[in-house]
Every structure is written in structure tokens, then in C-alpha cells.
Unconditional design. Structure first.
Length: 183
């Protein structure tokens, strides 16, 4: 059972928080902003999952959430830390997996070459919110890579770029497939 003191540490009361290795930074540091974006995206994917009636996409969305946790751990752990070597990483195969899923949905979605206004269905709306949060996460991650020279995050950036494409296509699929109703 989780101890109360592990949740309410009071360590952030003065505007600082800890990275995974214990390094302290201001809460408004770009790393924490980027981590917050990833956390928000993971949470919104949870909202999307909770509204699925058919469970066809549930496993894929759960795998995406796990990949986002990996990205978060890579952001939250400085490469000089001895903890870094034990972290799981993303690789090209993880990004290619998203591309494969996207192509399958793309063929079923019949996308039109016109501007799309979000809001066709509740599922497509939630998916579009995931897409926009993903894009913001990617922008912040690019700033982290460029400003902190954290080149080990390049594959994570590619993954987020592909993930936003996946969400775009998935949202259009939900617009067209009304049987993918929300609860």
C-alpha cells in the first residue's frame, strides 16, 4: 500500500520538484512542462479508452500509454544519472508500429483532402484533443532537445510526431464509423 508521505511529501511547497534521480529543479522548468504535457496526453487517452464501446482500439491505446510512460522516464532522468542505463527506451520499431496502425486505419477511413472541423462524434472529439496535446508535447520536447542537447530523445520526438498523425487518422475513422459509439 502506498504511504501517504510518498504522495504528500511537501517537497514542492517552495516551487521545486525532483527528477527521477533526485535532482531538484523549479516546477516551471521546461522539463516539467514537457512531462506535464505527456502526463496530460496519457490521461486524455484514458478518457478516450473509457468512452470506447467496442474494445478494438483498447489494447493499442494502452500500449501507447505505456510508450508515453517510457518517454516520460527518459525526460525525467538525466543521462548522467546511474539510473539512466536501466531505463527502457523507444526505438525505430516502436515508431514503425504506429505507422503500421495508422496505415490500416487510413485505408478504412476514406479521408478527404479538405479542412476538418473537430466535433463529428464524441470519440473523434476526444481523439482530436489527444492529437493537439500530442502536438504540444512534441513542440516542448523539441525545445528540450535543442536547449538541453538531449539527443537521446530524438526517437521519442519521432514517436510523438507519428502519434499525432495516428490520432488524426483515428479521429477521422471515428467520424465515419458511427458504430464506434461512445458510452
Amino acid at each position: 500500500m502506498l504511504e501517504f508521505d510518498l504522495v504528500t511529501t511537501k517537497g514542492g511547497d517552495k516551487g521545486q520538484s525532483s527528477l527521477y534521480n533526485g535532482d531538484r529543479l523549479p516546477k516551471d522548468d521546461l522539463l516539467f512542462e514537457t512531462l506535464g504535457d505527456i502526463d496530460e496526453l496519457t490521461s486524455y487517452i484514458g478518457v478516450l479508452k473509457a468512452h470506447l464501446v467496442r474494445k478494438h482500439f483498447l489494447k493499442k491505446l494502452s500500449l501507447i500509454q505505456r510508450d508515453l510512460l517510457v518517454i516520460g522516464s527518459l525526460i525525467a532522468t538525466p543521462p548522467h544519472s546511474e539510473l539512466f542505463d536501466d531505463l527502457k527506451t523507444l526505438n525505430q520499431k516502436d515508431t514503425e508500429k504506429l505507422e503500421k496502425w495508422e496505415k490500416i486505419i487510413f485505408k478504412a477511413a476514406h479521408l478527404k483532402s479538405e479542412f476538418i472541423l473537430p466535433g463529428g462524434t464524441i470519440l473523434s472529439s476526444y481523439t482530436d484533443v489527444c492529437r493537439t496535446i500530442c502536438r504540444r508535447s512534441e513542440r516542448h520536447l523539441v525545445r528540450v532537445i535543442n536547449q538541453r542537447h538531449l539527443v537521446h530523445l530524438h526517437e521519442s520526438c519521432r514517436y510523438l510526431n507519428r502519434l499525432s498523425d495516428y490520432f488524426f487518422v483515428l479521429a477521422r475513422y471515428f467520424d465515419e464509423n458511427k458504430k464506434e459509439r461512445a458510452r
